[in-house]
Design a protein around this ligand. Sequence first.
Ligand code: NAP
Length: 279
Amino acid sequence: MGIIIDGKVLSKKIREEVAEEIIKHALRPKLAVVLVGDDPASHTYVGRKEKACQAVGILSAVHRLGSEVTQAELMALIAELNQDNSVHGILVQLPLPRHLDQMAIFSMLKPEKDVDGLHPLNVGRLNLGLPGALVACTPAGVMEMLKSINYSLKGKHVVIVGRSNIVGKPMSTLALRADATVTVAHSSTVNLALHTRQADVLIAAVGKRDFITADMVKPGAVVIDVGTNKVGDKLVGDVDFAGIKDVAAYITPVPGGVGPMTIAMLVKNTLQAAKMQHG
Ligand code: NAP
């Protein structure tokens, strides 16, 4: 049986470190969360983020907007939060309703308040290896998971399934910056299993349950499951955990894997944002 990388334990450690640093520097970071519409999953995630902030000493304020909000109204709120010096981080919970232009919203955030790392300047800094980038929370959390098992990506083949702006693309940049050889697969990839079977580290970020099966995994690989899929009341990943746990050397569970890490990295990014704004 492969070793399970426990996201809950690791996330707790990171959140404790953030709490200590907030006390040490006598900071009062504040995160503004913008929640549009009534998607139940988004409400659950926002509730968890608020709780995590409170627990480490970060103030949080949730701005709830109806799903019919216009682009102009949402942009006006972002402009207000950009101006508000008491707000250090702004998180716009995704997904947004279809009529809203997501990229236009992220592009108007003050880069130093962009705790989701989606502003073009933060993406550019990450790509160019420049300092000061706020990095997307989920891939940053995956890197922490690899660090926790002392796994060096240098010379390793990382295969990422999924190329979203929030997970797959920044994940590929982080892995490349850590000297891995990176393959990014997506819905047009031909013979996916041929690629995944080459992976020393296989990262699934697709959004389809049981998408990665044991025959797609090289024995001894590290398997990171980013996916979150609701099956009835249960949350499952993209990886057939039961089938793969005996093939992989390391595997992350769902729930209790990447999810808690994303939240830990959000509080860490909010602290980083507050520190940057306090010079
Ligand atoms: P997304 O924007 O929907 O992207 C899904 C990706 O999967 C796309 O790049 C898509 O390819 C690719 N894909 C779809 N079908 C495929 C196929 N048959 N073969 C290969 N690739 C395929 O999703 P996301 O936002 O990245 O999220 C992915 C999953 O991670 C979701 O379950 C989401 O809920 C979860 N998630 C979890 C966390 C966490 O904290 N645990 C955070 C973020 C996301 P194309 O680009 O070609 O369409």
